[in-house]
Design a protein around this ligand. Structure first.
Ligand SMILES: Cc1ncc(COP(=O)(O)O)c(C=O)c1O
Length: 391
């Protein structure tokens, strides 16, 4: 008798996000060398994974394991990431006249941000492939998350971070046993240091979108939004974008769920929120050829938004254009104001990146891009407690 067991993952291939060339699924991969663009994981869509199977599964992001790239359950490195709550912001909605305003709050994730999702996935894949050393350039949260997951997996961890990042982001790396290297500059300067240290290829470079796995963790936010809202997606999602893995990942989840017949109807408009100190997406939306020449990036108190030259820019522009969304930049003063207003009104101490999404909503309502009757979801990507120095 042949016993047929359901595969743990339905991952089918890795493909270049630009030209579609295939790369081996069963080898640790970085980016698509054919076009120098990110690689993405594609899946076999199968009736064997139906949304009806979800109730009763574990309350974390691994409930969607069939649509994730880890092939063996024993390789999962988990600290309980995902299945974060969606709160109705009723008092804010009443005050400003919104019919349906919710916030997905990622602050309860391990290490206090949504970065836990991507790093849990990437470090699980690293474990699956027997990696012994990982390295990452970070604006703060990703470094802490990687340090924690590497500690759990028993993998050596090197984090390269801007020197101006608030102290707590450095302390957590140290406490999790990572090697921490501080750089004068922004995350792109940290990226150069990582490339130099990894010139001999002795590390797994976990830089944003320079490997295909972090995005697969981030995409679980999209699955959760659909499941938690009873498969009725919002009209608009407002997301604070830096490197863009969340924006791209959430959209990827929506496309996958459409293919599987889990959701119907129009997809949300995807709004990328940036800081006026560093807003490359706004520049690239105006001129996607020369955008790099036309702006001077600066540090922002919303550290995660200071990503001057995102490797996944083309993919972010595609999501924004395909979803009929837009990008908007918020000033430092408004970001702080947004954090304080949400704290005082709703009892949630959110990250500055999350605070920016609230101000973005107000601006986009004033210009009629968003209607008060729209169903709006704000994404708070992290806890405000790590930014008290900044705020
Ligand atoms: C709290 C927070 N929000 C948003 C971002 C930007 O995320 P992404 O790179 O996925 O666009 C970051 C990145 O560091 C972050 O830490």
């Amino acid at each position: 008798m042949t016993v047929i067991t359901k595969p743990f993952s339905f991952a089918r291939a890795l493909t270049c996000s630009k030209c579609g060339e295939s790369y081996p699924l069963h080898a640790l991969n970085t980016f698509a060398t054919c076009c120098e663009k990110p690689l993405v994981v594609s899946y076999n869509y199968s009736n064997a994974f139906h949304k009806k199977l979800l109730p009763g599964r574990q309350l974390n992001m691994w409930r969607y394991s069939e649509m994730l790239p880890v092939t063996k359950e024993k390789n999962i490195v988990s600290l309980g990431e995902g299945m974060t709550p969606i709160f109705t912001l009723q008092k804010m909605a009443d005050r400003y006249g919104y019919a349906d305003l919710v916030m997905k709050d990622e602050s309860g994730n391990p290490t206090g941000s949504f970065k836990a999702r991507g790093l849990s996935m990437a470090i699980s894949k690293a474990k699956e492939f027997g990696v012994t050393r990982c390295i990452i350039p970070t604006a703060g949260n990703a470094g802490g998350a990687m340090a924690a997951y590497c500690a759990k997996a028993g993998i050596e961890c090197t984090v390269v971070m801007p020197r101006h990042t608030p102290t707590i982001f450095k302390q957590e790396c140290d406490l999790y046993g990572a090697e921490l290297i501080l750089i004068d500059g922004l995350i792109n300067d940290c990226g150069k240091k990582v490339a130099a240290l990894n010139a001999d290829g002795s590390y797994f470079d976990v830089s944003t979108l320079k490997e295909p796995y972090r995005i697969e963790g981030k995409k679980t936010m999209g699955y959760e939004i659909a499941e938690q809202l009873n498969w009725q997606l919002p009209d608009v999602i407002i997301y604070p974008a830096g490197g863009g893995t969340g924006l791209i990942g959430i959209w990827k989840a929506f496309k996958e769920m459409q293919e599987m017949g889990w959701i119907e109807g129009p997809l949300p408009k995807m709004i990328a929120v940036q800081s006026t100190m560093c807003a490359p997406i706004l520049h690239a939306l105006k001129d996607n050829v020369n955008w790099k020449n036309n702006f001077t990036p600066q540090a922002t108190l919303a550290n995660g938004l200071a990503v001057p030259y995102p490797f996944g820019m083309d993919m972010m522009l595609q999501v924004i254009n395909e979803s009929a969304g837009t990008a908007i930049a918020i000033s430092e003063e408004e970001i702080v104001d947004g954090v304080k207003e949400i704290a005082r009104t709703e009892g949630l101490l959110i990250s500055p990146e999350g605070g920016a999404t609230w101000k973005a909503l107000l601006h986009l309502t004033a210009t009629n891009f968003i209607q008060p009757a729209d169903k709006v979801l704000l994404l708070n990507t992290g806890t405000g407690y790590k930014y008290l120095d900044n705020i």
